[in-house]
Write a protein that binds this ligand. Structure first.
Ligand SMILES: NC(=O)c1ccc[n+]([C@@H]2O[C@H](COP(=O)([O-])OP(=O)(O)OC[C@H]3O[C@@H](n4cnc5c(N)ncnc54)[C@H](OP(=O)(O)O)[C@@H]3O)[C@@H](O)[C@H]2O)c1
Length: 337
């Protein structure tokens, strides 16, 4: 690939797209030229970036003729339609949507876990689901230490995971409540402020699992390269603006003491420990917001399992960042290295 690449950001006006720009700037990501793409609704809109004013262009089949690397976050149907066109024209796509994640010809990558899979790409590399990334970053080093045979995870997912409009809706409901007005809802079709509810993805009538929960199982197996790991998830939206939390319960094949687990996590890339029992300080969305690492705390032996075979964790991670834009840019950095 040409280095520095001619770069495009598709979906630049969205929650993930805006984060792409912030991270490109923060990490001094090299590029020769930059194209900002979104829907016809945003075409012509001006965006200032690194001292230059860019005009947003409508994403179309010719958008990638002069692009070497494209960061996609414009939704699954747009990725399905345009990522193969871009790849055919020699552009490498790092895609944030779910469109290609389970395609056997497309690597699904968390750089802290399976960076070697990047090399297998044929023009498209998939970024995993945000809840999956946030779980995988701390679980992977424990899996390597003692092999996780089963993982029970419950998520506490922020509005930002559903995009910029969902964040605006939660803020608007807070204003409506404060003004004593009736609460309105377009996106989640229910009151979100002061409430929580089962994740808003489709439920499989046969299994009862929603799509987010199924992704956490399937994607973890693909990323870990371990079809035998058992994962069961319950995914819930909570009225938090940004950053997901997860309660994670693990069962190991080999015993791993709490002290050993703590040491493994302290040394793990992309993980920060916040585990202060005395002051009850543990991972929180406000702590994780805007940060790169996944924060891990409440590390404790699961007393319901044989000693050394079970562990509980509570984690928080900024899912627009590590769960989406940052993970994709880390993949792109490895492509260029
Ligand atoms: N939010 C997260 O935490 C997160 C995490 C992981 C993965 N993802 C995935 O990333 C993608 C974007 O998510 P988001 O949260 O950033 O959503 P969002 O805030 O709703 O932004 C969507 C973006 O896609 C663009 N877009 C929509 N329709 C388009 C079209 N027909 N042609 C070109 N561009 C179009 C929008 O442009 P306009 O402004 O012009 O409409 C906007 O830039 C989704 O696939 C999502 O599943 C999101």
């Amino acid at each position: 690939m040409r280095n520095p690449p001619r770069l495009a950001v598709a979906g630049v006006t969205g929650a993930v797209g805006q984060e792409f720009l912030r991270i490109l700037e923060q990490r001094c990501f090299p590029f020769e030229s930059l194209k900002l793409l979104a829907s016809a609704r945003s075409a012509g809109k001006k965006i200032d970036f690194l001292g230059k004013t860019y005009r947003v262009e409508e994403l179309g089949p010719d958008s990638f003729d002069d692009v070497d690397l494209a960061l996609f976050s414009a939704g699954g149907s747009i990725s399905k339609k345009f990522a193969p066109i871009a790849a055919e024209r020699g552009c490498v796509v790092v895609d944030n949507s779910s469109a290609f994640r389970m395609d056997p010809n497309v690597p699904l990558v968390v750089p802290e876990v399976n960076p070697e899979d990047i090399e297998k790409h044929r023009g498209i590399i998939a970024n995993p689901n945000c809840s999956t990334i946030i779980m995988n970053v701390p679980v992977w080093p424990l899996h390597r230490a003692a092999r996780v045979v089963r993982c029970v995870v419950s998520t506490y997912q922020a509005a930002s995971g559903a995009g910029a409009a969902a964040m605006r809706e939660l803020e608007e409901q807070a204003h409506q409540w404060a003004r004593g007005e009736a609460i309105t809802s377009e996106i989640f079709k229910r009151q979100y402020i002061w409430n929580l509810f089962s994740h808003n993805s489709k439920i499989d009538p046969a299994t009862g699992y929603n799509e987010e929960e199924t992704k956490m199982l399937r994607e973890t197996r693909k990323i870990f390269g371990d079809e035998s790991i058992r994962v069961t998830a319950t995914c819930v939206r909570v009225p938090v603006l940004r950053a997901h939390c997860e309660s994670i319960n693990l069962t190991f094949e080999r015993p791993l003491s709490e002290e050993e687990a703590r040491k493994v996590l302290a040394d793990a890339p992309g993980v920060s420990l916040v585990d202060d029992r005395e002051h009850n300080l543990h991972p929180e969305p406000l702590l994780a917001s805007g940060k790169d690492d996944v924060f891990v705390g409440r590390i404790r032996r699961d007393l319901s399992q044989d000693e050394g075979y079970g562990l509980d964790l509570f984690v928080a991670g900024d899912q627009i960042r590590k769960g989406a834009a940052l993970n994709a840019i880390q993949i792109a950095e490895r492509l260029l290295s």
